[in-house]
Structure formats: structure tokens, C-alpha cells
Design a protein around this ligand. Sequence first.
Ligand code: PBG
Length: 352
Amino acid sequence: EPVPGLLLNENGGPWVAQRARTRRNRKSQGMRDMCAENIVTPANFIYPLFIHTKDYNEAIGSMPGCERHSVDSALKEVAEAYKLGIRSVIIFPKIPDELKTNAADECYNPNGLVPQVIMRIKDKFPEVAVWTDVALDPYSDQGHDGMVSDDSRGDGGFARILNDETIEQLCRQALCQARAGADVVAPSDMMDGRVGALRDALDAHGHTEVSIVSYTAKYASAYYGPFRDALDSAPRESSRAPRNKKTYQMNPANSKEALIEAHLDVAEGADMLMVKPGMPYLDIVRLLRDNTSLPISVYHVSGEYAMMKAAAERGWIDEKEVVLEAMLCFKRAGANAILTYYAKQAAQWLNE
Ligand code: PBG
């Protein structure tokens, strides 16, 4: 019995009369690929590597599949990533406790772990862009990205995170990384004015070709937990400062503030902006995309990785499909580059 209101075509079948049928552009893999507005390639990825001073690797409990690498193993990782088409890596050091101080002076030791690894990578893979994180936390005995004051005039009667004193150390750190051969320095500390200060310091020492990727919109996020496990870099209970980073990282409630940060970073000479975390902050990626012309990177952070791994291990999601979808969504939101612990695995899947 025909459904009332539906027309019949000339074969007697139902006909919902309409000219536009959007499914025609989805009818085959070839059509879908031809019409795709966005595409992810291994060259979009920046591969993060955790390194330590030991000569063996250590698993990271809350980040299955990630390890703290020995220097030799880190080099192997770079080689494998390169074969898969990845052209950028970023290194994060786990520093032994006995080298940590409030001023974090180890961050500019020219014989330290990071400069050593940069030199080894650049020596073997000159065409790989080596990124470094600029912030004090791996070197801080307080577990903060900046130096902590010895008074208690800060938030909630705690000590303060000193802005300009920290920037002086960050300049020393970035110079040390640039001298070792870093291609990109990425300040993740969220001190005010650090991008301009770093640009001036680098330029004054002849490092005009070293890029600055600013962690522009870096939120005070609970998604960084597994990363802080990996580096043992969480704000310490023993610290005089608060056990959170809310006086320098951004409030997750805010998006207009991300625009202020973006305009400052552009004015201070940043080469690329970054949004962090990734998936819960796609609106911020889009906001910056629509308001600046610089390239944008997005950080798919440790907690996002851990959530996907945990669900995948239980068989609750299809890991490959979910990961590649997330990467595509970063591109659709407006990101050019994606920092993800899945970089190698995703590149493998894309190359299949
Ligand atoms: C350090 C830094 C952090 C991350 C990148 N650089 C931790 C933090 O700010 O506490 C987090 C990355 C991740 O969670 O994957 N300034």
C-alpha cells in the first residue's frame, strides 16, 4: 500500500521529489576522496619523544606504547618516524631529581641531556626539524614552569610564579637549545612577554633562522596528568607555590582570552601558534584560524592519548578509526600541524 503523500516514479517505486541529493558525492570511495575538504599526511605530525639519561627504556604506566627513551633509542625512533614520512620531532627530558632547583639552571647546561640529543639527531638527520619545549618544569624542584618567589604574597597565600625572572632563564634555555641545533623552540611556560624576549635574544645571538612556535592558548588542563607522570614534573606537594598552574595557564572557561594571547604572540614575532589541549578545544583552533593568518598547530595531549588507549585496550572503540578521525577533525578545525603521541602509529596507518 503506497504511503500517502509520497509520489511514485515511473517504475511505480517511491519518489521523494528533489533535485539536490548530497549523497551523490559520497557514493564511492573515489568520489569521497575527490571531494574531501581536508586530508591528513604524516608530514602534518610532530612526534614527541620522552628522553632520559639511562641507557635503557622505561615504560610509562599511564601512556601505554610510550616510553622514556635512552639517547640511542630516541635516535632509532627518529629514524623510524622519518621512514614513515614524519619530518618533525619534539623532545621532552626527564631530569634526575638531584639536578632540579628552583632557578632550574640545568635547563641551559650546554652538556645537558637536551643539547646532547639535539646534536645527535641533527648530525644523523639534518632534514628533521627538531623542536624543543621552552619551560622550566622538567628542571624545577617545585614542579612549576617558572621560578617560585620566596614570599607568600601570591594566590591563596602561596608563593608567586615570577614572570620576568623566569623569562631571563627561558632566554638562556632557548639560546642553549639553538646553539645545539634546535630548529624550533616552543615556549610552553605561559609567562607574559616571553615570545618577544626569546625572539630578541635569539636574534641578538645570530639565531634569526630558529623558529618560535608559541603555546599561545595553553589551558590549565587536567588532561596533562600522564605527561607529568612521564617526567615527574607535576607541581610538588612540598612547593611553596600552589599545586596547580592556574596563575599562568589559561582558564578553560575562556575563549576571548585566547584571541588576546594570539594577537600578542603575532605582535611579538611568533612563527606559528599552538592550541593545547586538542580535542576539547577545537573551538579555540577554529577561533584562531579565523583571526590570524599564521600556521596553527594543535597538541593532542597525554590525557587524550591515555583515554583513547584505555578504551581501545578494552575493545570499546576501534583505535585506528578513532585516531585517524581525531586527526582529520584537527585539520577541519583549522590546524596545519598536529603534535600527537600517536604520530608514528597514525603515519603507519595512513601509509597502509
Ligand atoms: C611543560 C609542558 C606540559 C605539557 C607540555 N609541555 C605540562 C604542563 O604544562 O604541565 C603537557 C603535554 C601533554 O600533556 O601531553 N610546560
